[in-house]
Design a protein around this ligand. Structure first.
Ligand code: ADP
Ligand code: MG
Length: 316
């Protein structure tokens, strides 16, 4: 039996039990009512995933539900914000109930894990397009911006890079094999806790979605500085190491996207504090280079400068 739009929302999206002080009124009225804590600023971001562009056709719905929220949580992490509520605009060709069940399970279980409330959205018919708007909060003036890097700051990245890109290649090859990289591509871990702690010391931060070189490039541009990176210092998983050695494409982890790690800069006099934060966190943090006054990104391998042909993913 076909579900009405309202039954569908009720059945799949209004079933979250968790409450959150930042949401006074959630799903069910013409709009949600939000109440940020006094002294905090709202941090808001929207991301859209389009079938065939951001995810492959016939993607597993549970992974999709997870990922569309994870990429938005990652934007909160990059700002250092505490995520509070999300809004889900779902356009789909048909109301396929098993698909909706798995999609909403993937979405809501991640929301629960990060104490984020699904506070509203929109449901329409059309080609599969998923838009999530996320609302977070942070103490006034404390958000990490792309524009704060200064010459002399060190450049760091959380976790490993290149797995998202390798996972995408594996997903396309449809071997059906579950690997570490494929898992990371499908279910990236948003670095929300790291972001909130790093906001105390980092001079600039971005999440790595289009590729480390391109995303660090945004920090450099906005901060009007340059950076020197050593290719050898990039943190790689065993599978990415094997892949780059096999194909002789050492620059791959710099130009492949979908990692959702944080790339950030820290002034030298905060490096001790960074060590303390590192000890508190469950994720690795690796120093990969240094900010310099001369604009542009210089990448070296065995001491020699290398040229990157394709800095990262762009739509147009
Ligand atoms: P309106 O016609 O006023 O736009 P809707 O019928 O679109 O209202 O939505 C009814 C309620 O359900 C609203 O509170 C809206 O935020 C919520 N909603 C609609 N679609 C979704 C969805 N996919 N996920 C979560 N909430 C949704
Ligand atoms: Mg509506």
């Amino acid at each position: 039996m076909a579900l009405s739009e309202f039954d569908l929302i009720e059945r799949f999206f209004s079933r979250q039990h968790q409450k959150n002080r930042s949401v006074s009124l959630g799903i069910g009225d013409d709009a949600a009512v939000l109440s940020p804590e006094p002294g905090k600023e709202l941090v808001v971001s929207t991301d859209t995933l389009v079938e065939g562009v951001h995810f492959l056709q016939n993607s597993d719905p549970a992974s999709l539900g997870y990922k569309v929220l994870a990429v938005n949580l990652s934007d909160m992490a990059a700002m250092g914000a505490e995520p509070c509520s999300v809004f889900l605009a779902l356009t789909m060709p048909v109301a396929d109930q098993p698909w909706l069940q798995q999609f909403s399970d993937g979405f809501l279980s991640l929301a629960e894990r990060f104490s984020v409330v699904l506070a509203g959205g929109d449901t329409t018919q059309g080609p599969l397009v998923i838009t999530v708007t996320i609302i977070g909060q942070i103490s006034a003036g404390k958000a990490m911006l792309r524009s704060g890097a200064k010459a002399g700051d060190r450049v760091f990245v959380t976790g490993t890079v290149g797995d998202g890109g390798l996972g995408l290649i594996e997903a396309k090859s449809e071997t059906g094999e579950s690997t570490e990289s494929l898992e990371k591509y499908l279910r990236p871990e948003p670095r929300v806790q790291a972001g909130q702690k790093l906001a105390r010391i980092a001079s600039a931060c971005i999440d790595v979605s289009d590729g480390l070189a391109a995303d660090l490039g945004h920090i450099l541009e906005r901060s009007e500085v340059g950076a020197k990176l050593e290719l050898e210092s990039l943190p790689l998983s065993t599978s990415v190491k094997r892949y780059v050695d096999l194909h002789g494409c050492q620059e791959f982890p710099l130009i492949s996207g979908d990692d959702y790690e944080l790339c950030f800069t820290v002034p030298e006099d905060c490096l001790d504090q960074l060590q303390a934060i590192k000890a508190e966190l469950g994720c690795d943090i690796t120093e990969i280079g240094k900010i310099v006054a001369t604009p542009g990104l210089v990448v070296t391998r065995a001491g020699k400068e290398i040229i990157l042909n394709k800095p990262g993913f762009e739509h147009f």
